[in-house]
Design a protein around this ligand. Structure first.
Ligand SMILES: *Cc1c(COP(=O)(O)O)cnc(C)c1O
Length: 388
């Protein structure tokens, strides 16, 4: 999966292939209805792939909207776009709650907000009026996830009628989020969503951008794409359901062996000697630990790939380092390349299940200590290093 070009970037790093991002985006574009907008979900540092880099790339690829979890992420993209002078811009939306104290900051930066109370709509309207601007909002409906949104759908319809009368509010969107438990539970959620859409239409209100589907929803319910789909995982190359097109994971997490030693029968490895050997073993030390985002739960459970073979993680993972058993792997040297995930031999999904978590948790926790090295057409085109 990963590129084989020669380079001298060594040490723990996340290699991210922008050509694969383009392939994934183009496949998604081809496979969703042509009048449906694509929102790129870039929250949580773009699932670890770097917020600014992914925003730039997705804008260049023709993404219609960027969506994040909170206002600070949105403001960070806005500031980056302004600084870099990118002309082709896209709207930016906060999918989570924005507190009333932040309404002015949001309106100033033209950030689309999620709201689900009339009180917030009124205050946002006041903020926008005072700035002589219009605030774009997407109203959120809770159709069963029980996280955010109007639970009372009669009230939602009443409030939306009032919101569209407000001078400085533009109700651009209406959305909900699926629990994806099974098709029956999803159908109940879709029905509740459709019910509100119809109730609004009966009153002559047509909301331009209605949306319900994230990556899995888009794949599972092609007929339910409404006006926009919210794409996170799929862009980065992951889906836990079979997709009608090929996706390529765009990130490979790598490091290089930092030390090698033989240990003798009776010796232990790492804190507490949770791993003891009863015969001579060859142990490699890797300069990567849980502070880089590799789950500590992989201690004595996971493995890495070296020279195309599996090397088990032995002993407790440390904050900055871990040890692997390389006795069975020929030709290991200091500096040998190590893949932590992202090759056909060790996909992220396998690592996630060994660590008893999901792929997104691992991606989003890859820390600022890990430089992101970007490839396009087999060549390094950019390095993001949060420390230097
Ligand atoms: C994170 C998020 C998404 C994107 O989810 P993926 O499964 O990664 O596509 C979509 N919608 C909302 C509301 C989200 O919070």
């Amino acid at each position: 999966m990963h590129t084989n070009s020669t380079y001298d970037v060594k040490g723990t790093r996340a290699e991210i292939n922008l050509s694969f991002l383009k392939k994934n985006f183009d496949e998604i574009r081809k496979n969703i209805r042509s009048n449906v907008l694509i929102a790129g979900v870039v929250k949580a540092n773009a699932y670890g792939h770097d917020l600014h880099t992914m925003s730039d790339e997705l804008i260049a690829l023709g993404c219609d909207y960027l969506m994040v979890a909170n206002l600070r992420e949105a403001l960070s993209i806005r500031a980056h776009i302004e600084k870099s002078g990118v002309k082709a811009s896209v709207p930016i939306m906060v999918m989570g709650v924005t507190t009333q104290d932040d309404f002015k900051r949001a309106v100033k930066a033209d950030i689309t907000l999620t709201i689900f109370t009339l009180e917030d709509a009124n205050l946002l309207n006041d903020a926008a009026l005072s700035l002589k601007k219009t605030a774009k909002v997407h109203v959120k409906l809770d159709t069963g996830f029980n996280r955010l949104g109007y639970k009372d759908h009669h009230l939602a319809v009443e409030d939306i009628q009032k919101m569209i009368q407000m001078q400085a509010i533009m109700v651009e969107g209406l959305f909900t989020h699926l629990a994806l438990k099974d098709r029956d539970s999803d159908a109940i959620q879709f029905n509740r969503f459709d019910h509100v859409i119809h109730a609004l239409e009966a009153k002559g209100i047509k909301i331009p951008i209605k949306h319900a589907c994230d990556s899995i929803g888009t794949i599972a319910y092609p007929e339910r794409q409404y006006d926009l789909v919210r794409m996170g995982a799929l862009l980065y190359g992951y889906c836990s359901r079979p997709t009608p097109f090929e996706l390529i994971p765009i990130m490979t997490l790598k490091t290089n062996i930092s030390a090698i030693k033989w240990i003798e029968a009776g010796e232990g490895v790492s804190y507490d000697y949770t791993y003891m050997v009863n015969e001579r073993r060859l142990i490699a030390t890797l300069p990567v630990g849980y502070a880089d985002g590799v789950p500590r739960a992989l201690s004595n459970q996971g493995y890495v790939i070296i020279n195309g073979m599996r090397a088990p993680i032995v002993g407790l993972m440390c904050m900055d380092q871990c040890m692997v058993d390389i006795t069975a792997i020929p030709n290991c040297k200091i500096g040998s390349e190590v893949i932590l995930f992202g090759s056909a031999l060790l996909p992220l999904g396998v690592l996630a299940s060994l660590a008893k978590t999901n792929r997104n948790e691992i991606l989003s926790r890859i820390s600022m200590r890990v430089p992101r090295v970007y490839y396009r057409d087999q060549e390094i085109c950019k390095i993001v290093d949060y420390l230097l």
